[in-house]
Design a protein around this ligand. Structure first.
Ligand code: 5GP
Ligand code: MG
Ligand code: MG
Length: 179
């Protein structure tokens, strides 16, 4: 375990096993509606999750990336700025958004709205983690890896100050790391 980590919440083995289950479920459900989704991963936190998940999706999917930031500390909280947009048009396309964690839900709500405004046929969400206690807007991921308690977590893509994204598990940092 990394020296800065206090405890592991979700092990690497559990993440891989859950990605296998989610991959099967996603494949089955999209196959049923004869659709192959475009996976849209939100940078940077969702990259390790995307990489593990796609290995277990048995459909001819494509993936692309978006980077967004929210205007925090302004009146327009909830609005987002697109820092990196998709390479292709989304008109008429079924999108599966790939997120690291759903916290307040604001990011996902705004990105979903934006993609629908651009003509996406359908937008669903798969998130590695979910913190339901923190939700402030009415949005729910269609597929969730694990529910986590209301604690700040790092690892498997999730950062503190851009660090710890490469940890192969999800954990909580020691208090002294924040001092
Ligand atoms: P939301 O718009 O749902 O409040 O924010 C989601 C984003 O906040 C996530 O994509 C992630 O970047 C960040 N976030 C929320 N909770 C955590 C957490 O516990 N740890 C880390 N590292 N990032 C978090
Ligand atoms: Mg994020
Ligand atoms: Mg972050």
């Amino acid at each position: 375990m990394h020296k800065d980590v206090k405890k592991v919440l979700v092990s690497q083995e559990a993440i891989i096993a859950r990605c296998e289950e989610l991959g099967k479920q996603i494949s089955d459900e999209y196959r049923k509606i004869e659709s192959t989704p475009l996976l849209v991963a939100l940078l940077k936190g969702s990259v390790p999750f995307l990489a593990e998940l796609v290995k277990h999706i048995d459909l001819d999917i494509q993936f692309d990336f978006m980077d967004v930031s929210s205007y925090e500390g302004t009146e327009s909280i909830g609005d987002i700025r697109v820092d990196k947009d998709l390479d292709c048009s989304v008109k008429g396309i079924d999108i599966l958004l790939v997120e690291d964690i759903v916290d307040t839900g604001r990011t996902l709500l705004e990105v979903t709205k934006l993609l629908k405004n651009k003509g996406a046929r359908d937008v669903k969400v798969v998130s590695l983690l979910d913190k339901p206690d923190r939700r402030v807007v009415d949005i729910k991921a269609d597929y969730v890896g694990f529910e986590v308690p209301n604690e700040f977590v790092v690892g498997f893509g999730l950062d503190f100050d851009q660090k710890y994204r490469n940890l192969p598990y999800v954990g909580v940092l020691k208090d002294e790391v924040y001092q």
